[in-house]
Design a protein around this ligand. Structure first.
Ligand code: ADP
Ligand code: MG
Length: 701
């Protein structure tokens, strides 16, 4: 088929092999970059640009510039030295420069005689005697016609092995030509009213600009990714994701869920029995959840709250609403340790109300497992706590009304959906409550989690004293141990966290064991315990129970204590090799202390020398206890893919947009999504298809 014929079907349907010069070999290489259609070529934007649009006088060169220069050869000589090289000096009346070649042929050398005029392109650098360009691209100029310089900035594309910049230029040239002849091959889906209000250029002109910017284009802006033409594309990409997630939410809201309308006596009884009053923020969030649960449609609510903000009791309140209405509740945590912690909190709160939460672990086998499954299937058990084991094939609920997921960032949209399906019963799906301790700015959360409603627990329980944090080199280990001894002598308890990056968990656990042994020797008056990931559940549980009861002074742990452990009397935490951890993890760990209303300390015992980024992270930890602030620093340092966990789950993989860079404009994207869905609903599907491909229309899962 001819290019032209295919173009009428649209560039989204046109395979790259339709372009002249792209055969199966190159198509396979392009596929590695996720490029299979001509449209993908156009959305593959340059990283940067070279300016070959003008000839720069030799007298005005500075090191570091990439330039086109012209001049006549003064002399060419082969220099012998550490490396044999050909030096060619050219001059243009304003100045001179040396061209240096390490690889050169006889013929090449013969062509570079005195008086020959050259046009060269390359990067200027300081040479031993003068400015020089190493291995410039060059061509001989004819006296008669000096030849045109480039009309546009020269794009440099991110590439993969075997595809050269010249190929990229060829491919994009051809794609742009097709577009010039068939502008409809890439339809404009942003309504004119939106483009004019937000001053967004048209799609085709934005693409043309970015692939072939005019000579006077602002290169700084282009490099920073903030040019309006770039924003136009980023905007459309973000919009497509936003629309996809919103459609998903609309779909979900259309399905039926049990309306958990109750008079609330179980919740009242829990509140009366608690040794504390809920904070204002907790009350607000509990209210938001209660209102959702009464609806006949599934709640999909994300609760963000810093470590220690008291999310567990919020979950317990929601659970009681479901139980009172006669439904079951599943509480799911990412690790067994955390699940066990939840079980013990829930047991303490719910058993006095006559509700016994049950624990389903992956390790339950045989008869024990059958009994638990039976109790879940018959509805005898109302509250089940566990890990993802809760959603294995053979777990069948009698009437699941609510699923609570702790630490949301480890589960993606698709897992959330799978859980919903799992709990579907008589055409009704359970409500979902998702809790995370990785707080991110609201606009960002609304973009990344647009399929969820958002609640924020923006207040810590009273009496929390910020943890004083210090960073100390591990050469001062003795002092650190003395500190542990002192704290424990005052009746306090301490954590000693070993962070290792060894590939194997076995090695990690061995190292933690060694550390525990050494500490027990050095601090012989202390009772030292150990937990690590290779211990069996009951063993771990036993150590944790002893630590909680105050029968252990010092708990040595791998990072398994990261989430969920709650021992208010622990006021000191030592973190070994904190430089190996990210900010979110450090903050989570540190959140284990400072819960008892006394001065608490965190010692970051690092191993020098520190990298620049490690130093930055430790400085952030020293300077603040504010989880929102730490999350925003984390976003700056690591980018949103890592922080939101979307990289792991493969969601929100953005090609052009950048959630952090584009943060300030996300509100516009959200408003635009509403406009499209309400006034231009027919544009939604093509936008999603363009940017998310068959890959994932979340709404169609
Ligand atoms: P997180 O939000 O990190 O999951 P938790 O739910 O584990 O926090 O709560 C941390 C600690 O604070 C627990 O010991 C919990 O019982 C306690 N707590 C929760 N809410 C309050 C409150 N309003 N006043 C005092 N303590 C509270
Ligand atoms: Mg928690």
């Amino acid at each position: 088929m001819l290019e032209q014929e295919r173009a009428s079907n649209g560039l989204d349907a046109m395979p790259v092999t339709a372009l002249k010069g792209v055969g199966p070999r190159n198509a396979a290489r392009l596929a590695k970059l996720g490029i299979s259609r001509v449209q993908d070529i156009l959305f593959h934007l340059p990283l940067r640009y070279q300016d070959r649009t003008r000839v720069v006088p030799l007298g005005s060169l500075r090191p570091g510039l990439e330039v086109v220069v012209e001049g006549a050869v003064e002399y060419a000589e082969v220099k012998l030295g550490r490396r044999r090289s050909l030096l060619v000096r050219i001059a243009d009346g304003s100045g001179a420069i040396v061209l240096r070649f390490f690889h050169f042929s006889q013929a090449q050398q013969a062509g570079l005689t005195s008086g020959v005029r050259l046009r060269c392109f390359g990067e200027v650098r300081n040479g031993p005697a003068s400015l020089e360009i190493i291995h410039p691209e060059y061509q001989r100029l004819n006296e008669a016609e000096p030849g045109a310089v480039e009309a546009a900035l020269t794009p440099i594309y991110p590439t993969t092995e075997g595809i050269h910049q010249l190929s990229w230029r060829g491919m994009t040239d051809r794609a742009l030509e097709i577009l010039a002849e068939h502008p409809d091959a890439l339809p404009e889906w942003l309504p004119a009213e939106l483009r004019s209000r937000l001053r967004l250029p048209e799609l085709v002109s934005a693409l043309r600009y970015l692939h072939r910017p005019p000579p006077d284009a602002p290169q700084d802006q282009l490099l920073a990714g903030t040019h309006p033409a770039q924003w136009r594309l980023a905007f459309e990409e973000l919009l497509a994701h936003q629309i996809s997630l919103r459609r998903l939410r609309q779909e979900q809201k259309k399905t039926a869920a049990p309306a958990l309308a109750v008079d609330g006596q179980l919740r009242r009884r829990l509140l009366e029995s608690l040794p504390f009053a809920l904070t204002g923020a907790q009350q607000r969030v509990v209210g938001e959840i209660a209102a959702d649960l009464k609806q006949g449609h599934p709640m999909l609510r994300l609760v963000q709250g810093d470590v220690g903000s008291g999310k567990t009791v919020i979950a317990a309140m929601a659970a009681l609403q479901a139980v009172e209405a006669g439904f079951q509740v599943a509480l799911m945590a990412p690790t067994e340790l955390l699940a066990e912690q939840h079980l013990s909190s829930f047991a303490a709160w719910l058993e006095p109300l006559g509700i016994e939460p049950l624990w389903l672990a992956g390790r339950h086998r045989g008869k024990a497992r059958e009994q638990v499954l039976q109790a879940i299937a018959s509805g005898a058990v109302k509250v089940v706590v566990g890990t993802h084991a809760l959603f294995q094939e053979d777990v069948i609920f009698h009437a699941l009304g609510l699923v609570v997921i702790d630490e949301q960032h480890r589960f993606g949209v698709h897992q959330r959906l799978a859980m919903r399906e799992k709990g579907a019963h008589l055409g009704r799906v359970p409500h979902q409550l998702i809790m995370t301790a990785t707080p991110i700015p609201r606009t960002l959360a609304m973009s990344a989690y647009a399929d969820l409603d958002l609640s924020v627990v923006d207040e810590l329980p009273p009496g929390r004293i910020p943890v004083t944090t210090v960073a100390i080199s591990d050469s001062r280990r003795d002092e650190v141990m003395a500190r542990v001894r002192e704290a424990c002598a005052q009746g306090r308890q301490a954590y000693w966290v070993c962070t290792l990056i060894e590939e194997s968990e076995a090695v990690q656990c061995q190292a933690a064991e060694n550390t525990a042994n050494r500490l027990a020797e050095n601090l012989s008056e202390l009772r030292v315990g150990l937990v690590h990931g290779r211990m069996r559940g009951p063993e771990k549980e036993q150590v944790m129970t002893r630590f909680k009861a105050g029968d252990l002074d010092l708990l040595v742990a791998t990072t398994v204590v990261e989430v969920g452990v709650d021992v208010p009397n622990a006021s000191l935490m030592i973190i070994e090799n904190p430089e190996r951890l990210g900010l979110a993890q450090l903050h989570q760990l540190r959140g284990r202390v400072g819960r008892g209303g006394t001065d608490s300390y965190c010692v970051l015992m690092f191993h020098p020398p520190l990298s620049a980024s490690a130093r930055q992270r430790l400085a952030v930890m020293r300077d603040t206890n504010d989880g929102f602030l730490i999350a925003s620093k984390d976003l700056d340092l690591r980018g949103p893919g890592e922080v939101l966990g979307t990289r792991q789950t493969g969601e929100m993989e953005l090609r052009i947009a950048d959630l952090v860079r584009d943060q300030d404009r996300l509100a516009d994207v959200q408003a635009a999504a509403e406009l499209i869905l309400s006034r231009y609903p027919s544009h939604a599907a093509p936008l999603i298809r363009r940017w998310l491909g068959e890959r994932q229309d979340y709404g169609a899962v």
